[in-house]
Design a protein around this ligand. Structure first.
Ligand SMILES: [Zn+2]
Length: 287
């Protein structure tokens, strides 16, 4: 938090601080978001599966490459913690940190969820977001963040010295363990930093600490993704509910979330092809 200052300022401190920032990862060379391609497909698609995620629990679902999925608010404001894996190799999974470095702290329509090294390719593209009107509020908060990690029982026990078993991390562990038919001990390493769907978050202006505030999501709001590769997804309905006050407990009012999977009609995705893994040689300077 940088509240302890033991070191004296150098004489040129102001000059050093006033250097202009540059964007670390300009994305100008990425292929542009092809709004027309996705619109044609989403205007001509059929619902093939619906899944209800119960409150304080998680479920997995598969989305074939070239299909869409929506995460939908039903019944009341509820935050969801999303994990995404390559269905055919769960060692390739969503890379929250690099997605943040590329697109910023919060994602919306046109942004892509990138996978971990050494794959580093778009796993999914966000094609519609009914909360894109929210923008950034006066607190610097916004919706759908890639800065929070997921609520987990380890941080909870460290901060509060009590056990809670329905954090998003645990919910995702149970769901993936069941889907992969492996023990939680084996599978826990595959649960990763999430996309915080519908969660409203930011950093405080004074201490730059991670904050949350009541989600603006309301029933029928949804965020829609296009699967660029075959996906296995895990979604937890966070025990924090709308994340207005607390999480990692049974205190908050929680609601279910709904997932809908859609398949576009044949011929509507003619100019699309699934992205290949990253082209880097993986030599790493090794002679
Ligand atoms: Zn959570």
């Amino acid at each position: 938090m940088k509240t302890i200052n033991l070191s004296p300022e150098p004489n040129d401190a102001q000059i050093r601080r006033s250097i202009k920032p540059v964007i670390s990862y300009p994305i100008d060379n990425f292929p542009a978001f092809d709004a027309e391609l996705y619109k044609t497909a989403r205007d001509n698609m059929n619902l093939i599966e619906s899944i209800i995620i119960p409150p304080r629990d998680a479920k997995t679902f598969e989305v074939p490459a070239g299909c869409f999925f929506r995460i939908i608010s039903i019944d009341g404001p509820q935050v969801g913690d999303l994990n995404v894996w390559n269905k055919n190799n769960i060692n390739e999974r969503f890379f929250s940190g690099k997605t943040r470095a590329l697109y910023g702290t919060h994602v919306s329509t046109g942004d892509r969820l990138y996978s971990t090294l050494p794959f580093l390719r778009p796993m999914a593209t966000i094609t519609y977001d009914t909360l894109d009107w929210y923008g950034y509020d006066k607190d610097g908060g916004s919706v759908h963040d890639v800065i929070g990690t997921r609520c987990d029982p380890y941080t909870h026990v460290a901060l509060n010295n009590e056990e809670y078993h329905n954090c998003c991390h645990s919910n995702l562990c149970r769901a993936l363990s069941q889907q992969q038919q492996k023990t939680i001990e084996e599978i826990e390493y595959h649960v990763h930093d999430v996309l915080n769907v519908f969660m409203c978050t930011g950093f405080t202006k004074n201490t730059h600490q991670y904050f949350m505030k009541a989600s603006p999501v309301r029933p029928d709001d949804y965020i829609e993704f296009f699967a660029e590769i075959d996906l296995l997804c895990g979604l937890s309905a966070c025990p924090g509910g709308d994340c207005s006050s607390s999480h990692s407990s049974d205190k908050a009012i929680c609601y279910p979330l709904k997932v809908e999977i859609y398949k576009p009609l044949k011929g509507t995705l003619k100019q699309w092809s699934a992205p290949s893994p990253n082209k880097y040689s993986r030599n790493h300077g090794h002679s």
